[in-house]
Design a protein around this ligand. Structure first.
Ligand code: GDG
Length: 478
């Protein structure tokens, strides 16, 4: 770790670059803070210092009539800097290359990635737009923190334009092994793009190791531990590659969970569902990586075989609408909806609906009330960078009870050993773990939950953001 005093850190200006600005437009209330992880994750490092956030606002550059007014120039100490994109750019860069090629590829190619040369070209052009805008906005010597898979070419482009900047990049999703990544027709460009950073952060050690192996293979560089020395015209430069597992604002969740309103709502939810003996819950963006389908299959079989009593068990699946313009997302939605209606058709009775499916975006306090109400939380992705839902459930279990069933293939599984860890490809194994978790003794549940809560509160998101930023600051100070 670099030894930079806290006061030095606060003096440097910070520029955050992400696909989206941390605000969104609402027909009724106008521009408002966007819900979601990245915004609240960055709060700790943005607090009390001058910063700029560069991102797309959701407005189209080429819309004939802009229904949406321009976003505000800033809130408090945070300047907002809008990157305008055309409809074609959003299709090619975001829906196309980012979500049709990179997203599936980096999640173990669960669905076949689609490689379109024109989409990569649009991705490159949009990354250049972000890099140019950042080069204009960043004060001399500023620290720039670039986020996620949509912007992997930005670090190198930005370094070419502004060698004075300290550039950090964090990938929120998994970084795949060489065998998978090597498919990518533009693998060299992506690796070189990322290597423009001073610090590259991954969710897990595996991600960092995969990246270092690829750098050795395709860029003919020789990593030593977590460092790679790059020879450039201007001299040598060291790139650091490390794992920074993200966390959540655990105390915020616990406080909300403890509020009388949420406690009352949780009771109401259970009563509305007929006061089941076991309430199981799933909460995910509706994404094929999340294993919603396999989870529904497992629960359905348990109910069908009456290992779980259909009259005393209810499973609620919240599936938040996501990326609805991407074809694979339309397909998985149909698959899931078919599974749910078949299951209820086969197992249900008049007045008994074992699986409740909500395809909607819940307000935060309603979500927390569900976490409080649920006895068993099912988190079964085929692959997930971290998975915050698992941590949120744990943070909300203020009575230190409840059981978490968690896929081994999430980043979260690296630290949440006391969960019921499952392989989502092994449906029988998963069924056994779900049964076990729902029948566990209060003592065992308590012991496991205590340990899980300790980890979630200890490694919260504030610590993640400060760790990353301190490491980035320490970089050039040596
Ligand atoms: C990516 C990576 C990594 C969901 N439905 C509602 C709602 N949510 C919130 C959850 C949670 C967040 O969305 C989802 O976060 P996850 O981590 O579970 O998954 P991704 O969206 O895929 O996130 C992931 C993360 O980035 C951070 O680095 O952990 O691996 O894929 O916070 O609570 N929130 C509300 N209503 C909903 O209906 N209010």
């Amino acid at each position: 770790m670099g030894s930079v005093a806290a006061e030095d850190i606060e003096q440097r200006e910070l520029v955050v670059v992400a696909n989206r600005l941390p605000i969104e437009f609402d027909e009724d209330s106008g521009w408002r803070p966007a819900p979601g992880g990245l915004v609240s994750a960055m709060e700790a490092v943005l607090r009390d210092r001058d910063a700029t956030w560069i991102g797309w606002s959701g407005r189209f550059e080429d819309a004939r009539r802009q229904d949406v007014p321009p976003p505000p120039a800033g809130t408090g100490n945070l300047q907002l800097d809008e990157v305008l994109l055309t409809k074609a750019e959003v299709e090619g860069y975001y829906e196309g290359f980012s979500n049709g090629a990179i997203w599936p590829l980096y999640h173990d190619a669960i669905v076949p990635p689609i490689y379109h040369r024109t989409q990569f070209e649009t991705y490159r052009r949009v990354n250049e737009k972000f890099a140019r805008r950042t080069a204009q906005a960043a004060p001399p010597g500023a620290v720039v923190w670039i986020h996620d898979y949509q912007l992997q070419l930005v670090p190198r482009m930005l370094r070419m334009l502004r060698p004075d900047l300290r550039i950090g990049f964090f990938l929120h999703i998994p970084f795949p092994p060489a065998e998978i990544f090597s498919q990518l027709p533009w693998r060299r460009q992506i690796l070189e793009g990322l290597m423009g950073s001073d610090l590259i952060g991954f969710q897990t050690k595996d991600g960092a190791v995969n990246f270092l192996r690829l750098v050795r293979r395709f860029l003919a560089l020789r990593p030593g531990g977590d460092r790679v020395v790059v020879d450039e015209l201007s001299g040598t430069r060291t790139v650091h590659v490390e794992a920074f597992p993200i966390g959540i604002r655990a105390t915020d969740f616990a406080e909300l969970a403890a509020s009388p309103e949420v406690q009352a709502r949780a009771k109401q939810i259970r009563s509305d569902l007929g006061d089941p003996k076991v309430l199981m819950l799933g909460v995910d963006r509706l994404d094929y990586t999340k294993g919603i389908d396999v989870r529904i299959r497992a629960v359905t079989e348990l109910l069908q075989d009456e290992d779980l009593d259909p009259e005393e068990t209810v499973f609620v699946q919240v599936a938040t609408p996501s990326r609805e313009n991407v074809e694979e997302y339309q397909r998985i939605r149909e698959d899931i909806e078919l599974l749910v209606s078949r299951a209820n058709g086969d197992i249900g009775k008049l007045g008994v609906t074992p699986i409740h499916y909500l395809h909607q975006n819940m307000p935060r306090d309603e979500l927390v009330a569900m976490y409080v109400a649920a006895d068993v939380m099912l988190v079964t992705p085929f692959r997930d960078g971290m998975n915050l839902v698992a941590m949120e459930y744990v943070a909300c279990r203020i009575n230190e009870d409840g059981a978490l069933v968690l896929s081994e293939f999430t980043g979260a599984a690296n630290s949440m050993h006391e969960a019921w860890l499952v392989n989502p490809y092994d449906i029988d194994g998963m069924k056994r773990s779900i049964l076990d978790a729902s029948r566990t003794s209060p003592e065992e549940a308590h012991q496991r939950m205590l340990a899980l809560r300790h980890g979630v509160f200890e490694h919260d998101v504030e610590r993640w953001a400060l760790d990353f930023e301190r490491q980035l600051e320490g970089r050039n100070a040596r």
